[in-house]
Design a protein around this ligand. Sequence first.
Ligand code: RUB
Length: 328
Amino acid sequence: MSDSDPRTDAAADGAVVEAVHRTAEDIGSMEIRGAATIADAAARALGTQAAESEADSPDAFRAELRAAARVLHDTRPTAVSLPNALRYVFRDVEGGNVERLRASVRASVSEFCDRLDTAQNDLGRVGANRLRDGDTIMTHCHSTDALACVETAVEQGKSLSAFVKETRPRNQGHITAEALAEMGVDVTLIVDSAARRYLNDVDHVLVGADSIAADGSVINKIGTSGLAVNARDRGTPIVCAAQTIKLHPDTLTGHTVDIEMRDEREVIDDETADGIGSPTVLNPAFDVTPPRYVDAIVTERGQFPPESIVTLMRELFGEGTSEPWAEA
Ligand code: RUB
């Protein structure tokens, strides 16, 4: 997919189908959110591009797919599951006529989405082993990987309680509270700043990840690092549930992970801000928790001390990756 022609690429931008633009908008506005869900939606959108493409040559088809991938890629910069999903779909898109290319993209998308589901279930079984009957967890944000561990533990007959941080400014903790309650977990919702007060009553802090860096740093919803530092101070284990699609290949060669800055109006509306002297407002969506504050990263391939995750990353990615959707 790398032999792109700039003229074909320019023409392809206009052939990106509506469903791809809609998915990109939904990811940007967080209608679709959470690293695994974003990956699933992005892969499916590429599948729709392939299905609806009216390209009349393999070159034009591939250029359209690259253009669609760029639209999706530029939505949210922190969750590496998004470029990892796009890369997966591009793996086998090489030769043949348009119909063969179309079929191969659609097969890759369906394989990718199946693998995502399987990985989450497998990860859930690994993570559930850490949870004992009667345990209390504390959560931050809403992570389907973290919830998979709880769900499996509950299915194994374990009774669990949870302190759920509301997770300002978007309150994804509410989604977690609802999901846990549906599983039969006893839920207590707290404001973010109450976390330290209750950490003594907690057996595990359980969070997800948008990206895991080669040094074992966990990049997750803003507030995760403060929670982890407090948990370490109180001696409460902190576990990160993250499928291998969250491993960030570029960090193998020393790149850092971009932290998304979101609209300040998620924090405060214009009128209220005007009323308090129009302060500068910063709204970083994620932060970086250094590996020394994390006890284990739970993946579908087993659980790892964060410092050893680099071994798994090398096995999966070699020394780095390409961007097959890049313009010529
Ligand atoms: C979501 C978030 C989640 C991870 C993991 O942030 O930080 O913890 O994405 O989620 P946002 P999952 O709400 O800004 O997308 O385990 O579902 O992949």
